[in-house]
Write a protein that binds this ligand. Sequence first.
Ligand SMILES: [Ca+2]
Ligand SMILES: [Ca+2]
Length: 171
Amino acid sequence: MRKYILIISSLFLFSCEEEDIQQNTSMGLLINEFLASNDACCPDQSNDYDDWVELYNDTQDPIDIGGMYFTDTPDDDNPYQIPTTDPSKTTIPSKGYLLIWCDDDQEQGPLHVSKKLSKGGESIILLSQDKITVIDSYTYPEQTTDISMGRDPDNVTNWIFFENPTPGSKN
Ligand SMILES: [Ca+2]
Ligand SMILES: [Ca+2]
């Protein structure tokens, strides 16, 4: 109830700002594919069969995701900040792909986040360095082990299942 009142008052007082915050800016950096239940699909560099999210940089310039935030929960008070310590690993080249491992194995590198993906359905949310602006997000339904879900290459606004996941490359 308190939150509801807060939102109402925010709408009256800060209508412009509120719109800006809630707008999905996309910015050409997309969540492109994910696997929420990995049994035999594809291991990370530590040979773990972990959940992953594939990002795609649909811009003309490289994008460093270091400092951006990742979460599986809308309105998360504690999203995971991707480290800024190694831009060589967190930078996506123009028209390139990058995998985020959702394994809670942060010691395995800057692309291993503390949030795991639920097979039963959840959200995937990438936030800007300001911790507020949604760069891209997707809320997915129940998943099947080793079958990924991603953007249809023929219509990128449409999400479909892939029996043959393509982590790190075109869907
Ligand atoms: Ca791992
Ligand atoms: Ca892919």
